[in-house]
Design a protein around this ligand. Structure first.
Ligand SMILES: C[S@@+](CC[C@H](N)C(=O)[O-])C[C@H]1O[C@@H](n2cnc3c(N)ncnc32)[C@H](O)[C@@H]1O
Length: 315
């Protein structure tokens, strides 16, 4: 049975094409392939195979390596009649942290560009079985990018003690009512009615979080973000990847990273600042235009930072 086509609209597409295209890359890692929108656009800026001035000395034919942790994404597009069927695209199931292994599999040591478009796609948000959207209340609270490995969020809540749940909700969601929420989650477990569905958690958040003044943020927003980050270990993966990316991105190569909340953005900003092998090209993060936000409201919190690998040798 074929997987449905994507509904995801790529964020800051022109900016990604501009900042990556400028260096005429020969090897690009699209670390968060998702709907494949950025990969599709980047095909147009890949160096031609006969373009000698382009790319790192280590690469061979022009290639985009698309990686995603979500098996449904790779199943959907790794087919002859989809983007994975293009000879310039290789798709891999797995975390972008494994980029060096994917490069090695393609006979390369270095990439010229890494694109990260963090968070989740509209396809995942709309999937009734993933638990990402708090409007689909009867869905199991799963929240994993890869539902075939690790622990769904409802199990994580059942195995984790109250203090650690509260700390995760505070640290990853910046939710000031984290302790109240954690207490209610654990109370339900003690009463043998553990949180299982999206609706169970939404109901707790509604009781614990006072409505924001202008009602612009749903009371469950921060808690869902926190649990998703915890279950997928998102921030640690981002941090580890950026800390070592200069080892496998060729001098002159670039990272373009789009983040959607301050915790991600801080990690990107600090990783670029702290490593002299990166020259920051965007002193301030770039934001989507008003027209893009109007056309694609999901883009409203996006921040794009770009850095270029200097010629300093790997440490
Ligand atoms: C916002 S979407 C990307 C959309 C894509 N850039 C496009 O234009 O269609 C983010 C994707 O990253 C994936 N993802 C999240 N963390 C990941 C990780 N550590 N490694 C690989 N993929 C990851 C998610 O499964 C999701 O499909």
């Amino acid at each position: 049975m074929s997987e449905p086509a994507t509904e995801h609209v790529s964020v800051m597409p022109d900016e990604i094409v501009h900042w990556v295209g400028e260096i005429r890359p020969r090897t690009i890692v699209d670390g968060t392939y998702g709907g494949g929108g950025h990969t599709r656009l980047l095909l147009d800026v890949l160096a031609d195979d006969d373009d000698d001035s382009a790319g790192s000395p280590h690469s061979t034919g022009s290639l985009i390596i698309g990686m995603d942790r979500d098996p449904a994404v790779i199943r959907r597009d790794d087919r002859p009649d989809a983007l994975g069927g293009d000879r310039r695209v290789e798709l891999f199931l797995g975390s972008y942290e494994k980029s060096p292994a994917a490069l090695a599999h393609c006979g390369r040591t270095h990439a010229d560009a890494l694109v990260l478009d963090l968070g989740l796609s509209s396809d995942q948000l709309n999937d009734r079985e993933r638990g990402f959207s708090f409007t689909i209340e009867d869905a199991e609270l799963d929240l994993r990018f890869d539902p075939e490995s690790g622990m769904p969020a409802y199990q994580w809540l059942a195995y984790t003690d109250e203090t650690d749940i509260a700390n995760a909700i505070y640290q990853f969601g910046e939710e000031r009512y984290s302790r109240r929420i954690a207490r209610q989650i654990c109370l339900r477990s003690k009463q043998r009615e553990p949180v299982r569905t999206v609706g169970d958690l939404v109901e707790i958040c509604r009781r614990c979080v006072p409505r924001s003044k202008n009602h612009d943020i749903h009371p469950a927003t921060r808690t869902f973000q926190a649990l998703r980050i915890a279950v997928n270990d998102e921030l640690a993966i981002l941090q580890r990847t950026l800390a070592t990316a200069a080892d496998w991105i060729a001098p002159g190569g670039r990272i373009a990273a789009i983040s959607f909340h301050s915790l991600e953005d801080r990690i990107v900003k600090n990783a670029f600042r702290e490593d002299p092998r990166w020259e920051v090209l965007t002193k301030k993060p770039l934001r989507p235009t008003d027209a893009e936000v109007q056309a694609n409201p999901r883009s409203r919190s996006a921040k794009l930072r770009v850095a270029q690998r200097t010629a300093l040798p790997s440490s």
